[in-house]
Design a protein around this ligand. Structure first.
Ligand SMILES: C[S@@+](CC[C@H](N)C(=O)[O-])C[C@H]1O[C@@H](n2cnc3c(N)ncnc32)[C@H](O)[C@@H]1O
Length: 268
């Protein structure tokens, strides 16, 4: 791992540079049709065809399909500092950070929502005997079942589907609320099931009003043109029935333009 700078990363070879400064048009509408295409069909539909029997092979193939070899160097960020490291090392930092945050709270059960085929389950299982989840993509759920993982079909937009959450659960989300332009449905789902939830841990990119630096402005623009989440932190902070235990903006970005904020919170 070595230090890198933003000029190396945001050079003319990075397609996002021209999009972010408006030299190339780009916009997405992040509705369920987009999720169906981008995740259910393109990503998980393709992965499903490989019929692997272990999760590591799916993870490696997923990164390979995104053009990332395990030994390829990628840029990743911590705050606004930029680093370069091989792909598996950069992802391992992200995963240790998720583990370290969760470990502190010693959960009885972990429920990951928007968990795909269970990418994070391999390391979550090391700290908690019961890990289960919910995911929109039918293809991802099918892969999960082939791998013997406890994942049900779940849609953030359907309030009644949050009933999959079991008593005394820590709810984790990792880059899945990012897929909801507004997090209101998620917070409603958490509120409705608050008696079963011990804690909520979000590793999520979101628009942050307080970003004022050039990198911050580019990150907010990245959220806007991708139609990613705009209001998770704002909605949480505006309620007086929620206690925020940890808030670390831009804690880690395996994609430096889409860095995840860490939020740990619960209902009072
Ligand atoms: C960027 S992936 C993250 C997957 C996994 N959490 C991880 O950390 O690797 C976003 C996930 O959110 C899921 N997702 C998007 N919209 C959703 C919705 N409305 N309900 C449930 N899951 C959704 C996608 O299908 C995809 O699996």
């Amino acid at each position: 791992m070595q230090k890198a700078n933003w000029n190396q990363y945001l050079s003319s070879t990075n397609p996002w540079t021209n999009r972010l400064i408006g030299l190339e048009s780009f916009s997405r509408q992040r509705d369920l049709e987009q999720i169906e295409r981008e995740y259910n069909q393109d990503k998980y539909g393709t992965l499903r065809e490989f019929k692997f029997t272990d999760i590591e092979s799916y993870k490696i193939k997923e990164r390979e399909l995104a053009g990332l070899g395990e030994k390829d160097n990628i840029f990743f960020s911590i705050g606004e500092e930029l680093f370069e490291a091989n792909c598996s090392f950069a992802f391992s930092i992200y995963h240790s950070l998720v583990s370290n945050v969760i470990k502190k709270y010693n959960p009885e059960r972990i429920c990951e929502l928007g968990c795909g085929y269970g990418y994070n389950f391999s390391y979550l299982k090391n700290m908690c005997s019961e890990v289960y989840g919910g995911e929109y993509s039918e293809n991802a759920v099918t892969i999960a079942h082939l791998l013997g993982l406890d994942i049900k079909k779940f849609n953030y937009y359907n309030l009644n589907e949050y009933s999959l959450i079991r008593d005394r659960s820590l709810v984790l989300t990792s880059h899945s609320i990012e897929q909801l332009p507004s997090a209101q449905c998620f917070i409603d789902g958490m509120y409705e099931n608050r008696h079963k939830i011990d804690l909520i841990v979000n590793f999520e990119p979101s628009y942050l009003k307080q970003r004022q630096s050039l990198i911050g402005i580019l990150r907010n623009r990245y959220v806007e043109i991708n139609d990613y989440n705009r209001d998770l932190t704002y909605l949480l902070k505006s309620r007086n029935d929620i206690e925020i235990l940890e808030f670390k903006p831009d804690a880690i970005g395996v994609n430096p333009l889409n860095s995840a904020n860490i939020l740990v919170w619960k209902f009072k």
